[in-house]
Design a protein around this ligand. Sequence first.
Ligand code: ADP
Ligand code: MG
Length: 865
Amino acid sequence: MADAAPTPMMAQYLALKAEAADCMLFYRMGDFYELFFEDAKLASGILDIALTARGEHGGEKIPMCGVPAHAMDGYLARLIKAGQRVAIADQIETPEEAKKRAGSKALVARAIIRVVTAGTLTEESLLDSRSANWCAAIGEAGGESAIAAADISTGRFEILECAPDAVGAALARLGAAEVIAADGSDAFDVTSYRARSEFDSSGGEMRLKRLFDVATLDGFGQFGRAALSAAGGLVAYLEHTAKGALPFLRPPRVSRSDASMAIDAATRESLELTQSQAGTRKGSLLDSVDRTVTGAGARLLAADIAAPLMDRDAIEARLDLVQRFHDEPGLRDDLRASLRALPDIGRAIGRLAAGRGSPRDLGQLRDGLDGAWRLGETLGKLPDPPALLASLAPDLRGHGALIDLLQRALVPAPPIDASNGGYIAEGYDAALDDLRDAGAGGRRAIAALEADYKQRTGIAALKIKHNGVLGYHIEVASKHADDLMRPDSGFTHRQTLAGVVRFNAPELHEIAIKVTQASAHALAAEAAHLEDLTSAALTRREAIAATADALARLDVASGLAERAAEGGWTRPVLVDHACFEVEGGRHPVVETALARSGERFVANDCVLSETDRLWLVTGPNMGGKSTFLRQNALIAVLAQTGAYVPATRAKLGLVDRLFSRVGASDNLARGRSTFMVEMVETAAILAQATPRSFVILDEVGRGTSTYDGLAIAWAVVEAIHEDNRCRCLFATHYHELTRLAERCDALSLHNVRAREWKGDLVLLHEVAEGPADRSYGLAVARLAGLPPVTISRAKAVLAKLEAGREKTGGIAAGLDDLPLFAAAAEHEEEAVDALRAELSGLDIDSLSPRDALDALYRLKGLMEA
Ligand code: ADP
Ligand code: MG
């Protein structure tokens, strides 16, 4: 390109764009953020805004689009949702400063002040109040892996150490908005890669020490090298997006992945724990149990369900709290009413810490902390409190001085926008009050002056007005202007417009200066208070975050109690041996869906023990097998979350790993599911399930031909029975598998009951002992509307098959002497019908010789088909 050098502005833009690398660049110009070149084309498409052009670069017009700065959040939200990352370049000096620095033609200096990414948002308008927003980093060292994850909207910081092959499961548990890893890492689900050096474990240790300003990390727990690598990479990335400002993070909580029930990504998806298979919250287990009334409660419940506990004491502690609220409805109602009224203090302190706080955030802290205090008072008086409640109470009541300060300092409803002042309460600062009085006095004096001028001039319509250009001035209609124009009138002409003329006067000028100065000083005084109050809040930010956690825990526990009361659920009993005894179990999501259409869910028992640990469930399609399997897996998840369960009685030994696999052909809705995936996933279960695990296998083996499928299903059941020895529910339509009961002593047969009644199939959805008395496939086929001729043909085939099986024991032995379907009489009839139709459609008189020949060929073809 031999073109003219870019303009200074374009040169500045291009340098910033180079720095922004793979991010879109928002370039501040006046009241707008402008985008250029490819960014502009992409953004105008995503945002549906006009693409224009500006100047030239390299001989071509520069594509451009822009968004108003005051409405930036909404546009950012849409770009982030569309998978973009955005670097914000702001003006870092005023035009006056630029002139002073580099002369009258100087370009205002700009710099990238922040990089906005999906995992680093804090704005209320960009976040879902009911979900956490995790940014996760994967670290590796010495054959171990770790995930460090931060939700900077609340400062939550977790580190999870795990084996390399458990990284996928750990990420699935978090559902992170953004996942980063070191260049060259082969982890999956990564959204961006960063320099390897940022993931160095000793560098990570230093970064953490600096962030928390400590000489040693021992106070936070034990960190492996992988954990330090992950945490270091994460903190470096957060610093990068905040352009060097340290992110607001609470001290990390380190855990091993085996502290919670291991649930891999496929199992989460199949059980729809926190998301339905359609990707929505609706339809998930989380949605069906969530009765929380605060955003923080909803976020904690989602985290709890995603990571059921393995520590029995911790589970019992949660259950004790739920039970208290369950058994005392009055207490529960009062608590929930109080919680519902509280603002989200976790996110308010997050915004303040990120330097994006507002007077309203301080107001939210004041009200939230005050509410927490009151709750602490009430709950503190409860007789015989559960241990968890006793341990939360101090966190609720730790902020007396701060609450008092904020209550004195702030007006009742402080605004989001600080620029007009008006958020510091009267009586908090005498000097500020004086300034405000001076302003108000001045405004009163101006009003008096206006009355005086009216009287003196005899012009009733005379007004004193204010605008940004002239400041305070006197305005009269043109027809009255002459009197005021006279040199001895005491007025000075300022401006003549169509219809009105504007003047100034010495008295007015004097008062106006005082008013203007007083309000500028008042604004400055308020801003100084805002800063002081913010830092007063920030010095207590960890304690505030702990209060937010305590409130969230109360919300989760009382919400679970509410759900339990609503659904008649029961407190599970946890025991040490690997039993699983559920009486009257139900599927919470299916039950609710049925109730909506006025149908009743049939409750079912599931009783597994060490000597009867594998149930083979057979029965007709649509009989309720899949539902039965899932409801039991969900009950295990709920129990270890510390929730009541949808059953009349439940007693279970802790589940260390939970697996759910659905045969490929039964799961076509997933689209990408193939027989291969099914087998890979089944292999994972055989490799990982332990005697403490719980496995549900639904029609595994169905995705291939009958012989293969049956053979695989048979072998998998045997392996689970002999080697894994886990608790397992296996649903199958292969009736042949029931023979396994003779060889496997810890396996028993069960079936979902059905009846044929007056030729119709009635599904009872009832799980009973023993194998299904027969296969109901044909009855289901008729129910589904297959034509009677096909049904009767299938009956004939079935009869032959069954006869063959009796003779030889083989499934298809009877098929040898069964005439092929294609050669059967029915087919010939079809062919004759087609011939007839074709012939009667011919209009012989209108055919050309050529058409007639064609018709003959067609007819012959029909006969041979
Ligand atoms: P299968 O796996 O045996 O084909 P599903 O478990 O998919 O059957 O159940 C099919 C339908 O039957 C469900 O969508 C639900 O409407 C109904 N159903 C299942 N279990 C029950 C039950 N226990 N009580 C009432 N209806 C049920
Ligand atoms: Mg099924």
